[in-house]
Ligand binder design. Structure first.
Ligand SMILES: Nc1ncnc2c1ncn2[C@@H]1O[C@H](COP(=O)(O)OP(=O)(O)OP(=O)(O)O)[C@@H](O)[C@H]1O
Length: 278
């Protein structure tokens, strides 16, 4: 008999659809009847062309966008009906632009204090003791291996993009949320920094067994870190491979599938899952 924690997937999307009407444009179905079950602790990479619906999917999981149809549940709780201070304890999100993840003119320590305050429930302005802030920051920054735990007084805006994104991931791990959403979080970094931040990210989320959805346009990053890889196209998941099926798939394979997809049919893409080595 499975343990009770096995009965409820960490993340469950059921028939989620999101449509937009942009001014002067027709109705766009950004996410189209999407269903997905993710087991606890899985690292999922999501790739797909521009406009495939990746960010919209993450925004629905974060509870920032309400699905027109369908439900999103995290550890059995419907995130769309939770107040934001409860949601933040379940789902964390790191965005592409460092400025969106922290306050540039505050120090690292002050940013951690703010992030901790946001997780304190209904009374976010209640003071967290400086000792607790420093301990939490040091515990999360040390594993990054960037020496940032010794620079808590540095103004965030004076740090490199890579350092800021690594700090953003560390802050997003505060309180060990169930789900971490990484929305192209290394896209603005040079290749070396991107690889370092990705490695640090994977270390942090795996140590804490946080279920992770990472959106990326970099096929190599997608394959390097994933337990499971999803490809989205026109609001749907068209490729879903995991475990041993991922072995042997190269970035080139994905790029070829991608190209076929843009000019071809959805059934083309599904061949990837079928033809990938077992
Ligand atoms: N607020 C909005 N208003 C109108 N249309 C929107 C809005 N947000 C997203 N869309 C549209 O929904 C579709 C999916 O967008 P989304 O940002 O989810 O795609 P994406 O896969 O994340 O793309 P990218 O890789 O370019 O970030 C696109 O056609 C986009 O123009």
């Amino acid at each position: 008999m499975p343990a009770s924690s096995d009965l409820v997937p960490d993340l469950l999307l059921q028939g989620c659809t999101k449509r937009f009407v942009a001014p002067g444009r027709e109705l766009v179905t950004a996410v189209d009847d999407l269903s997905l079950e993710v087991a606890a602790g899985t690292f999922v990479s999501i790739i797909g062309s521009n406009g495939a619906g990746k960010s919209t999917t993450l925004a629905m999981v974060a509870g920032n966008l309400l699905a027109d149809e369908g439900h999103v549940t995290v550890r059995g709780r419907d995130v769309t009906t939770l107040p934001s201070w409860r949601r933040i304890a379940l789902v964390s999100r790191v965005r592409q632009n460092p400025q969106d993840n922290m306050v540039s003119n505050l120090t690292i320590e002050e940013n951690f204090a703010l992030a901790l305050a946001g997780r304190r429930g209904r009374f976010p302005l209640r003071r967290t003791s400086p000792g607790k802030v420093r301990a939490a920051a040091q515990e999360l920054l040390e594993p990054l291996g960037m020496g940032l735990e010794n620079r808590l007084g540095a103004v965030s805006g004076s740090l490199s993009g890579g350092q800021r994104q690594a700090i953003a991931v560390a802050m997003a791990c505060l309180g060990s949320p169930a789900v971490m959403l990484l929305d192209e979080h290394v896209a603005a970094l040079d290749p070396n920094s991107a690889a370092r931040v990705n490695a640090a990210t994977e270390r942090l989320v795996r140590e804490r067994k946080i279920t992770t959805l990472m959106v990326t346009h970099d096929m190599k990053h997608a394959l390097d870190h994933a337990d499971r890889l999803l490809m989205m196209h026109q609001g749907r998941i068209v490729v879903d491979v995991s475990g041993e099926q991922l072995t042997g798939i190269t970035p080139r394979d994905l790029q070829q599938r991608f190209a076929a997809l843009s000019g071809g049919s959805l059934s083309d893409a599904s061949l990837l899952a079928e033809s990938s080595p077992a």
